[in-house]
Write a protein that binds this ligand. Structure first.
Ligand SMILES: [Zn+2]
Ligand SMILES: [Zn+2]
Length: 152
């Protein structure tokens, strides 16, 4: 039987587990991810909703939807209202969610596969690894080619 991979917020009030991470595992340099994470990029791992279980902290979940820039869905940030950590909070009927990689207490058994929105990288940071670097335009093309058969 596969071992479950656990994660939690800074205060420990929100705890969750996943059966596995299917990916992608993207490092997003867009301005919204930078502000939401407070860092050079957001490290986000895609997990199927069926593989995700919230163990504790439903009452601590809060949400913020940023104004829509180009089209729905809105850029949504879910966070723990006690400590402010970003936390996963899947909507009903959604196939997959992105989980901030820093929340995992165990090794998620997956590694970053690409940087995205690299044209928005801040001047004080330089990528120093060898994984692919995609601009927004390249990402649109990549998603078109790699669309999952079960995806919406
Ligand atoms: Zn918390
Ligand atoms: Zn982003």
């Amino acid at each position: 039987m596969a071992t479950l991979i656990t994660g939690s917020c800074l205060c420990g009030g929100v705890r969750f587990e996943i059966a596995r991470a299917v990916g992608p595992f993207e490092l997003c340099h867009c301005g919204r991810c930078r502000k939401a994470s407070g860092s050079a990029f957001a490290a986000m791992i895609t997990v199927r909703t069926d593989d995700f279980r919230l163990l504790e902290g439903q009452h601590l979940l809060a949400r913020y939807d940023a104004p829509i820039l180009e089209g729905p869905p809105a850029y949504r940030r879910s966070f723990c209202c006690r400590c402010g950590s970003p936390v996963p909070a899947p909507d009903a009927g959604v196939d997959s969610i992105e989980i901030p990689a820093g929340l995992f207490d165990d090794d998620p058994q997956i590694r970053p596969d690409k940087h995205i929105y690299v044209e928005l990288e801040p001047p004080w940071f330089s990528i120093a690894d060898d994984i692919p670097r995609l601009t927004k335009a390249m990402l649109v093309e990549w998603r078109h080619l790699h669309r999952s058969p079960t995806g919406a």
